[in-house]
Design a protein around this ligand. Structure first.
Ligand SMILES: Cc1cc2nc3c(=O)[nH]c(=O)nc-3n(C[C@H](O)[C@H](O)[C@H](O)COP(=O)(O)O)c2cc1C
Length: 494
């Protein structure tokens, strides 16, 4: 009896003490809200006003899972993300009942099916395509859909290793991005394209200039070089690598001092015009013997017209071996919202401009075209082929295959899935062997499905796509053939 009474008193005392502590806490917060001068809402609605900030912060997570419709979110809606997840896990591409894709929506892609498609036995595999045929060491690329540039730094070690292993397994190439060549890229032995960013990480001397000696060394491990002029998400903007992110390994790989902020210039400092660009391309090609291309976001026809005229003036041998056209909808590890939202053309405009300009100058056969910009599904990849691209690359499609959940935190180092964080605990969740398989399955499926689309259009393989094989919806329910929307250009004579 005495014991029960003791416990009753003890519980009563604890509850009163807790209520008192909570009361004091609320009183302190109330006073803080009333006296602070930064937030009007907290001042005018003490305590309750705080809820707004919490809800605003949590809202994006709840919206993604509970509220947003399947085809509503940006940059990638749930239907697209789920398609990549399913594909990467080797699931079937089948759906039941019918499509939730509104085919009358402006911009929808409709392939022109053949009335009498070819029989199975008439179909062929996509043949390999050679980039830089006249180089000492041309690059024979087996697949159309490949991995776009993302640096080791923007991506975690585990991600780079999974991507490289997946690329090897399925025979696609991987672009290193501008952060240099790491052992994690090399271990699997996949085909690599080395990107030379504006800071020339990995191929710079102590003053930050391009080093022929380092270029030559790197050329032994990669298939081609890509000079980055600009990127769709942030044209005209360099980057900053904070001192805290420069580990001993990163300092060695990038060729920069430990513990000092490293800035990438907003332009390749030697390249002020088309002549400078061609000079640099030819220098790298001479030193390495490998194909050399460029990557650029496009704002108008001027850049390519000017480059093509300069090539024709100097001789077609000096041309880049490929051009990667990056749409303004492209992603980035970190970009100013202003540039990401408003600068450069989306791939739907940039790609036809690039292809048409090369055709008009008679250079389309000489310079191969690679397209990127939210082309993460087979139908979008096939659209790019219809326009005239020779290859398509994706960054975020492959991030989804690694398990990215689009938490939009690449620039904060807090990626919950370990894809873009250097936090060792979070990286442990990304099991390299397992994710490499998903990368391979995703790449395989896209490369396979573009052929399925080609067959449906009566073609033997996806390399035969032309603009007449696709229609684009212009206004509700009315589609126009792509060859009417963007007629092929005939060669001009300069
Ligand atoms: C995390 C991340 C890192 C990136 N790093 C680079 C880079 O180092 N160099 C580059 O040219 N582009 C970089 N990009 C851009 C991609 O290569 C690609 O051009 C762009 O995201 C469009 O492809 P997507 O829409 O399939 O992602 C990066 C993109 C992301 C998401």
């Amino acid at each position: 009896m005495l014991q029960t009474e003791f416990w009753e008193h003890a519980i009563l005392f604890s509850v009163t003490a807790m209520a008192f502590v909570v009361f004091i806490l609320f009183a302190v917060m109330f006073t803080q809200d009333l006296t602070q001068k930064t937030h009007a809402i907290r001042h005018n609605f003490p305590l309750i006003g705080r809820l707004r900030y919490q809800l605003e912060n949590l809202g994006k997570y709840f919206r993604q899972y509970l509220i947003a419709q399947d085809r509503e979110e940006l940059p990638f809606n749930r239907a697209t993300r789920n398609w990549v997840y399913r594909t990467a896990k080797g699931g079937s591409g089948s759906i039941g009942f019918g499509s939730t894709n509104d085919l009358r929506e402006q911009g929808s892609i409709l392939f022109v099916n053949a009335s009498y498609p070819l029989l199975e036995e008439e179909l062929t595999k996509v043949p390999p395509f050679v980039i830089g045929t006249q180089c000492q060491q041309p690059f024979e690329a087996a697949n159309i859909f490949n991995i776009s540039g993302m640096s080791y730094g923007a991506l975690s070690k585990a991600s780079v290793r999974a991507l490289a292993q997946g690329a090897k397994e399925t025979g696609i190439w991987m672009n290193t991005g501008e952060g240099g060549l790491s052992p994690h890229h090399q271990n699997a032995g996949c085909d690599l394209i080395f990107q030379i960013g504006t800071a020339k990480y990995g191929v710079r001397d102590e003053q930050g200039n391009l080093s022929d000696e380092k270029l030559y060394k790197i050329s032994k491990h990669v298939k081609a070089f890509e000079i980055k002029l600009s990127q769709g998400a942030k044209p005209g903007q360099g980057g900053e690598l904070p001192a805290a992110k420069i580990t001993e390994e990163i300092s060695r790989i990038r060729g920069i001092p430990l513990g000092q902020l490293s800035k990438s210039p907003n332009r390749q400092k030697e390249i002020r015009n088309a002549n400078d660009l061609l000079d640099m391309i030819n220098r790298i090609r001479d030193v390495t013997g490998r194909p050399v291309g460029i990557k650029a976001a496009i704002g108008s026809t001027h850049f390519l017209e000017d480059m093509c005229e300069t090539i024709l003036h100097r001789g077609v041998d000096c041309a880049p071996d490929f051009i990667t056209v990056d749409g303004s909808e492209g992603g980035s590890g970190s970009a100013p919202q202003l540039l990401a939202d408003h600068v450069a053309l989306p791939i739907s405009e940039a790609l036809p401009i690039a292809v048409d300009t090369l055709m008009a100058c008679g250079l389309k056969e000489r310079i191969c075209v690679i397209a990127s910009g939210k082309l993460v599904q087979s139908a979008k990849v096939a659209w790019a082929l219809c326009v005239g691209a020779d290859f398509v690359v994706s960054a975020r499609g492959f991030m989804f295959s690694l398990g990215c959940v689009q938490s939009l935190q690449c620039h904060m180092g807090t990626c919950p899935t370990g894809v873009t964080t250097h936090n060792p605990w979070r990286q442990k969740g990304l099991v390299v062997e397992d994710k490499a398989k998903r990368v391979a399955q995703y790449a395989y499926r896209v490369n396979h499905e573009i052929n399925v689309l080609a067959h449906s259009c009566g073609l033997t393989n996806a390399r035969h796509f032309q603009r007449k094989h696709i229609r684009i919806v212009q206004q509700a329910g009315k589609s126009v053939p792509l060859n009417e929307l963007h007629p092929y250009h005939t060669t001009k004579h300069y």
